[in-house]
Design a protein around this ligand. Structure first.
Ligand code: G3H
Ligand code: ZN
Length: 286
């Protein structure tokens, strides 16, 4: 059934676990995330990023409607989340498209501008009954920007500043920069565990980890132990899908029916989803 991110994050926090949130791009992503979550009997979040909407010719509804239907028919609770939103026009489509939560991303702006923009987004979101996440510090690697080094001073989230940001903006959750970078295709990132400890001590809102594909299993598990309650994963599914399709087409150069290689891609994503949820420690489905 369809539920909300706020509900799943609260349940994760109560069980000292983290809810896995997967970025969906195609219908195969939607089906794989739901099937993978069902296979380990855990709730899950389907998230659509502004970049994914851009890929879908700027239209949110076709993928959103498919995700809502998949959530309603799923055997586990499934929430819909709009991810990395910078456009106000897109933000305002969230409630009607079936999203119970949004991540508003003004992290690239100077602190005062990030705070002002986030505060306005929070006021609007709360009036709509939406749960809203924002980002402070900067988790690099979006839009192939690549250059931002996750280890550069200033890119990390400062605990005292984060405390003020949460209090002054009213956000429901905070995405923190603690060592990950978006779009990593190797699992070689390391977390700043001391910083995570200081952040959990300083803040009383749920903390969200982005760029989680770059972390090895032990670091993913340590993030949850350290207090992260929402873990965003995108690239790991693309790696699984693209790798399986590439292998299938190499093995079957005569293949024509798109269902043949999409099945291989979807199956690989389903396995990846189940494995990541197992690593995080599944949140009980009820
Ligand atoms: O918001 C989305 C996540 O941060 C995904 O990051 O593609 O590096 O796993 P990733
Ligand atoms: Zn992200």
């Amino acid at each position: 059934p369809l539920t909300t991110t706020g509900e799943l994050v609260a349940r994760a926090a109560a069980h000292r676990s983290a809810v896995a949130s997967f970025n969906i791009i195609t219908l195969e992503h939607v089906e794989a995330v739901v099937a993978g979550a069902e296979s380990v009997n855990a709730p899950v979040v389907l998230q659509v990023s502004e970049n994914a909407v851009r890929f879908r010719h700027g239209r949110l509804l076709p993928l959103a409607r498919a995700a809502v239907a998949a959530a309603e028919q799923a055997g586990v609770p499934v929430a819909l989340h709009l991810d990395h939103v910078r456009s106000d026009a897109l933000l305002r489509q969230a409630p009607d498209a079936g999203f119970g939560s949004v991540m508003y991303d003004a992290a690239r702006l100077p602190y005062a501008d990030n705070l002002a923009a986030t505060r306005a987004a929070v006021d609007w979101a709360h009036a709509q009954g939406l749960w809203i996440e924002a980002e402070l510090g900067e988790i690099g690697g979006k839009d192939g920007q690549g250059a931002l080094d996750a280890h550069a001073p200033g890119a990390r989230t400062d605990p005292a500043q984060a405390r003020a940001f949460v209090a002054d903006s009213g956000v429901d959750a905070l995405a923190v920069a603690i060592g990950t970078t978006h779009a990593m295709t190797t699992r070689t990132a390391t977390l700043d565990h001391g910083l995570l400890k200081r952040l959990t001590a300083a803040l009383d809102v749920p903390l969200v980890l982005h760029g989680s594909s770059g972390l090895p299993d032990d670091e993913l598990a340590a993030a949850v132990t350290g207090g992260i309650t929402k873990v965003n994963v995108g690239t790991a599914l693309n790696l699984a899908m693209t790798g399986a399709i590439r292998q299938f087409l190499t093995d079957h150069p005569e293949a024509v029916d798109s269902r043949s290689y999409l099945t291989a891609g979807r199956d690989a994503m389903t396995r990846a989803v189940a494995e990541i949820i197992r690593t995080l420690g599944p949140v009980p489905a009820a």
